[in-house]
Design a protein around this ligand. Structure first.
Ligand SMILES: NC(=O)C1=CN([C@@H]2O[C@H](COP(=O)(O)OP(=O)(O)OC[C@H]3O[C@@H](n4cnc5c(N)ncnc54)[C@H](O)[C@@H]3O)[C@@H](O)[C@H]2O)C=CC1
Ligand SMILES: O=C([O-])CC(=O)C(=O)O
Length: 327
């Protein structure tokens, strides 16, 4: 008699990662990087358009994972069933002159419907939200999962990795340091004044003028790309790398590797006294997702001012996301 032990079978099958919005500007290079990642065994690509082509193309790469493409809303359930990790770069990007919040009206509904599908078909998955405005789309996913009774704060992540990727690059360009080794903690949210680089914690000496210029560049790095792309979109390639980095860190942690720290916008006590439930700081990842949330550490006077400026904007963005689901 053949008895299937699903637990062992799943272990043999390895980790399943689903990309929602896989045919898009971020989705395609992100899926490529995940196809190259030995920690991914099953890659499930979902979009409302073009996924079969992307999936067949990637499936010819000789790495040990299988790729399946799913197109159209009827197939999202199958695409995400059994997924360990679901990454969401679905939704419209900015054009010059827009803020991330200007994307809310379109992307809130997209993200909410994806959240409903996750609640139904993959309530135990770890959900990585890339779709903007992250400050609001993450609470939308959370409220949607809460409504369905499957909310686990350890498994929802706003992807803010690109902010630290940029911060490392911009600091190393200015100071001539190794970009790979230059680490900058960035906390808060993922838009304008809510992005708070903690340059005082880098151990590098900056003048006040350098601090102010760098802070502005890190806060508005996304705008540099939007402007350069001149109406054709926002960051896709650097975002794909940042998203692949975060996904890989989480997969390693899920496999039991300890001491893995990445920044992420998560359900957090750090700014709770200000009435801000979602906040990005460095977090330690573990087998259940969020393992430990790092505190802010010591802030300079300038950083305290940035923090004070970020709080009301975060309060507003979070409330807007929650209200969208609970209206
Ligand atoms: N968190 C971050 O640091 C960053 C976030 N973003 C955000 O990522 C999102 C995607 O950006 P791009 O890839 O450049 O946009 P894109 O327009 O190139 O791709 C979006 C993809 O989402 C798909 N899509 C739309 N509705 C969908 C649905 N209901 N279900 C599944 N797929 C759906 C589209 O068909 C398209 O293929 C934007 O909201 C953008 O603002 C972009 C860069 C950095
Ligand atoms: O700027 C945008 O709209 C896309 C984004 O979030 C980023 O590049 O950080």
């Amino acid at each position: 008699m053949l008895i299937y032990n699903m637990k062992n079978l799943n272990k043999q099958l390895g980790k399943k990662v689903a990309v929602i919005g896989a045919a898009g500007g971020i989705g395609q290079p992100l899926s490529l990087l995940l196809k190259l990642n030995p920690n991914v065994s099953r890659l499930s690509l979902y979009d409302i358009v073009n996924t079969p082509g992307v999936a067949v193309d990637l499936s010819h790469i000789n790495t040990n994972s299988n790729v399946v493409g799913y197109k159209g809303q009827d197939s999202i359930g199958e695409a995400i069933t059994d997924a360990d990790v679901i990454v969401i770069p679905a939704g419209v990007p900015r054009k010059p002159g827009m803020t991330r919040d200007d994307l809310f009206n379109t992307n809130a509904n997209i993200v909410q419907s994806i959240g409903q599908a996750i609640a139904k078909h993959a309530p135990k998955a770890h959900v990585l939200v890339i779709a903007n405005p992250v400050n609001s789309t993450v609470p939308i996913i959370a409220e949607t999962l809460k409504k369905a009774g499957v909310f686990d704060p350890r498994r929802i992540f706003g992807v803010t990795t690109l902010d630290v990727v940029r911060a490392s690059t911009f600091v190393s360009e200015l100071k001539g340091t190794d970009a790979v080794k230059t680490k900058v903690t960035v906390v808060g949210g993922h838009s304008g004044v809510t992005i708070i680089p903690l340059l005082s914690q880098t151990g590098i000496n900056f003048t006040q003028e350098e601090i102010e210029k760098l802070t502005h560049r890190i806060q508005y790095g996304g705008d540099e790309v939007v402007k350069a792309k001149d109406g054709t979109g926002s960051a896709t390639l650097s975002m794909a790398q940042a998203g692949a980095r975060f996904t890989n860190s989480l997969l390693e942690a899920l496999e039991g590797k300890t001491g893995i720290v990445e920044p992420s916008y998560v359900y957090s006590p750090v700014a709770a006294k200000e009435g801000v439930a979602w906040f990005s700081t460095n977090i330690e990842l573990g087998v259940n997702g969020v393992e430990k949330i790092h505190p802010l550490g010591k802030l300079s006077e300038y950083e305290q001012k940035l923090y004070a400026e970020a709080i009301p904007e975060l309060q507003k963005n979070i409330k807007k996301g929650e209200a969208h689901v609970n209206k």
